[in-house]
Design a protein around this ligand. Structure first.
Ligand SMILES: Cc1ncc(COP(=O)(O)O)c(C=O)c1O
Length: 402
């Protein structure tokens, strides 16, 4: 038992939902990887080389010189008007800025969705595997989370139909990441998107579409978002974390009028509004089409790093290790040979100087013990080559022992 699982002493009686809160497995792993000298494929951190520091410096001065009083004051919960307009204008369907809610990271969007849509024992559907942070946001609301079978093309719609349920038992929503998914890096095909949206609309199942990586494509843009195809049928979550800077903690959600006021009320209770100063800084940086010049530089950097990882894997990995080829984003998904276990490989890999996240962390149930997530964006090309060689050696030595 560690300090996070100890029952509280003294006069405290925990709420049931607090008992369901767990430390993030990834944050625990990141603590190991912070040891000096470890090459980490574990973190989900954007490369800090992509942060536009000079632009933020100029924006900071601008905001303080021209708009300091509003930037440092309380503000509307919906968000800074010009930023909401910019968000709406960038999205590839007709979005009224009044439907945009600026959130404190898209992680807050997930928390608001959970509070507004989940009752105790509500059924909630997720992909297999899925983003761990979403499971953390949903779980305290005491849902029954069910995994829908998924393959390289995304959600298996036939399995979704089997699991939707009806009446009081009907699933409240499907949480889905169509682009360069965290953790697998996979992208949902056009055909699968079309079938999923048509089926969800027919059966009245809301889609919660999480798209923080969608701009980070390498060769061609991904197919249109799910929400673009049926805006009344879903909530779309976006983020500035992967295209500007995660430290500013800003994201957004786009919600139909039927649900927007409830998300807004949940946000008011959570934090009144996202930081006015940060919202103005981002709006200042974004004006004049900055993202259209900046995002291609991130794509080029990450594509080069993905290629470095693919080449290193092809060169060093034993032939019975498999992996996919993500066409954007930050992650690659690999699978160890039959009989091996990624969780028990991890300490050996760390001894050899490399870390990853065992894939089991991203499953609600029926975890694949052989899967691992490798991020290719934080280490540089040389570190990627050395890290993959170390990982390959750990696999060889550990083979037959897990
Ligand atoms: C799929 C997914 N959704 C949401 C988030 C949260 O991002 P943020 O709160 O920084 O916008 C992340 C962060 O890694 C993510 O991978």
């Amino acid at each position: 038992m560690n300090s996070t699982t100890l029952p509280p002493s003294g006069p405290w009686t925990l709420a049931r939902r607090a008992a369901r809160m767990n430390p993030s497995v990834i944050r625990e792993i990141l603590k190991i990887t912070e040891k000096p000298g470890i090459i980490s494929f574990a973190g989900g951190l954007p490369s800090s080389k992509t942060f536009p520091v000079a632009e933020f410096e100029a924006a900071c001065t601008q905001v303080l010189e021209n708009d300091a009083h509003a930037a440092l004051q309380y503000a509307a919960s919906e968000g800074y008007g010009p930023l909401r307009e910019m968000v709406a204008a960038r999205l590839p369907w007709d979005v009224d800025p009044a439907q945009v809610l600026i959130t404190t990271g898209s992680q807050q969007g997930l928390d608001l969705v959970a509070k507004v849509l989940i009752d105790t024992d509500s059924r909630v559907l997720v992909e297999t595997p899925t983003y761990l942070g979403a499971l953390q946001a949903f779980t305290p609301m005491e849902p029954v989370i069910e995994s829908v079978d998924s393959d390289d093309e995304g959600v298996d719609v036939a399995d979704l139909v089997r699991k939707i349920g009806s009446g009081a038992n009907k699933a409240r929503f499907l949480y889905v990441l169509p682009n360069f998914q965290n953790p697998t890096g996979r992208t949902m095909t056009e055909a699968r998107r079309a079938t999923l949206v048509a089926t969800a609309a027919e059966l009245g199942l809301p889609l919660i579409e999480d798209n923080p990586y969608g701009d980070l494509w390498f060769d061609t843009p991904p197919p249109a978002p799910l929400t673009a195809r049926n805006p009344e049928g879903g909530i779309y979550l976006g983020s500035f974390s992967k295209v500007l800077a995660p430290g500013l903690r800003l994201g957004f959600c786009v919600a139909p009028k039927a649900i927007y006021p409830k998300l807004l009320q949940a946000k008011q209770a959570a934090d009144l509004h996202s930081p006015s100063f940060n919202q103005r800084m981002i709006a200042e940086v974004m004006k004049d089409g900055f993202l259209d010049r900046h995002i291609p530089t991130i794509r080029a950097l990450y594509k080069g790093q993905r290629d470095a990882m693919l080449q290193a894997l092809a060169k060093d990995m034993p032939s019975d290790v498999t992996w996919n080829t993500p066409v954007g984003g930050m992650f690659l998904w690999a699978r160890l040979p039959e009989g091996m276990n990624a969780q028990s490989l991890l300490p050996h890999a760390v001894d050899k100087g490399v870390a990853f996240v065992p894939g089991a962390a991203f499953y609600n149930d029926h975890a694949d013990p052989r899967a691992l997530r490798l991020s290719f964006v934080t280490p540089n090309g040389d570190e990627i080559r050395r890290g993959v060689a170390a990982l390959a050696a750990a696999v060889q030595e550990h083979r037959g022992r897990s």
